[in-house]
Ligand binder design. Structure first.
Ligand SMILES: Cc1cc2nc3c(=O)[nH]c(=O)nc-3n(C[C@H](O)[C@H](O)[C@H](O)COP(=O)(O)OP(=O)(O)OC[C@H]3O[C@@H](n4cnc5c(N)ncnc54)[C@H](O)[C@@H]3O)c2cc1C
Length: 342
């Protein structure tokens, strides 16, 4: 375990915001929590959990204990003719895990290639992209209680997975640390490509379905993502800043009378999901800067970017302006996907 006081988090968040944590503790195991809790000055402060902080905006210095799990081992739990179950430490980089599964010819995680962050955050956020979500492959989540260190195991059906959410993000936010996650993956011959997402199917139309491998899907998605999204190592960002809003059929009809080209996707419950990127671009924000430090990416209107020395405040201010303009033009409130840490 490593603990540091008054520690800059600039290299621990993808927005690259320079804030300080009163204490930053990198832990590996259950007993580390018990040791930290026995220190009265640490126990008196609020504690928060971060992974790579790729979905967070730090607004100010944090008068808190910031906990990050570094445990990153992969263990094979069981195997049959068709599937393999692996248990993975929360501290492992998500994309490294996806690479590992693809290199071993296993189906399951390839559509989630190049999502920044850690394995521990994947079930918390129920990460999703290109027609797949973490909940499709996660079978069990092992957690440590942040007050007592007590270990609990959740089955998939206990996790309350929802769109970019789970019980770990709602009831147990900063109370339970995800320590290990078990995934069920399918062997090459027993599985097939997930081409549920139309644009992916289109990008792979040169292949027969039987020719596809996890590696081909992985390489295709990596190439698309690199083309579409700004690299947070170059310009700090946290990916999609807002969720895609869902409106009723009546409201959608009113909108489409006024904005004939409004794109949409019908949801199972017959509502209409509208791409937030389209709303933001139509409100004139794509590629626009609020000041020299922050703006909206010219590559993707859903991505807010740190062009230099942005503070958390600048990013929050920009997000509010965008919300105001979209609300004014379309009467829709954009909900943040990114979490603002105060
Ligand atoms: C360029 C870019 C592209 C992105 N694309 C996508 C995408 O396609 N799909 C998608 O779903 N997301 C995407 N994201 C968002 C982000 O990558 C995910 O939300 C990711 O899971 C966050 O992982 P993290 O380790 O950085 O978690 P953090 O941002 O550090 O934390 C996120 C939340 O999880 C909690 N948390 C983190 N680790 C643990 C743990 N071990 N135990 C308990 N709680 C924990 C935190 O308290 C916080 O509430 C993107 C982000 C960027 C920067």
């Amino acid at each position: 375990m490593r603990i540091q006081a008054n520690y800059s988090l600039k290299h621990h968040n993808t927005f690259q915001i320079d804030v300080k944590a009163q204490y930053f503790a990198e832990i590996e195991k259950q007993s580390d929590i018990i040791v930290l809790r026995s220190d009265l000055k640490l126990a008196a402060l609020p504690w928060i959990i971060i992974g790579s902080a790729s979905n967070l905006v730090f607004k100010n210095d944090l008068e808190k204990v910031v906990i990050s799990c570094r445990y990153n081992k992969i263990k094979v739990v069981k195997e049959d003719d068709e599937n393999i179950w692996i248990s993975v430490g929360a501290g492992m980089e998500w994309h490294k895990l996806v690479e590992y599964t693809v290199d071993n010819n296993l189906w399951g995680l390839e559509n989630l290639a190049l999502i920044p962050g850690t394995v521990g955050a994947a079930p918390v956020q129920n990460i999703g992209a290109y027609g797949a979500e973490a909940q499709d492959s996660v079978t069990r989540v092992q957690t440590l209680n942040m007050f007592t260190g007590e270990r609990t195991e959740f089955r998939n059906s206990d996790c309350q997975f929802a769109y970019r959410s789970s019980i770990f993000k709602t009831n147990f936010e900063n109370k339970l640390l995800v320590h290990r996650v078990t995934f069920r993956l399918t062997k090459l011959k027993a599985g097939h490509a997930n081409l549920y997402y139309e644009p992916l199917k289109e990008a792979l139309k040169a292949y027969k379905k039987t020719e596809l491998t996890p590696k081909i899907i992985f390489d295709t998605i990596v190439a698309i993502r690199q083309r579409k999204l700004p690299d947070p190592k170059v310009y700090g960002n946290a990916g999609s800043f807002f969720k895609n809003p869902i409106v009723s059929r009546d409201y959608f009809d009113k909108l489409s009378e006024k904005f004939g080209d409004i794109p949409y996707h019908k949801t199972i419950d017959k509502n209409y999901k509208i791409p937030a990127a389209w709303l933001i671009e139509s409100a004139g924000w794509k590629g626009k800067k609020l000041n020299k430090h922050v703006g909206v990416s010219a590559k993707h209107a859903l991505v807010l970017v740190n062009y230099g020395e942005a503070k958390g405040e600048d990013i929050v201010k920009l997000a509010c302006k965008i919300q105001e303009d979209v609300d004014h033009k379309f009467g829709i409130h954009l909900e943040q996907e990114v979490i603002i840490v105060k």
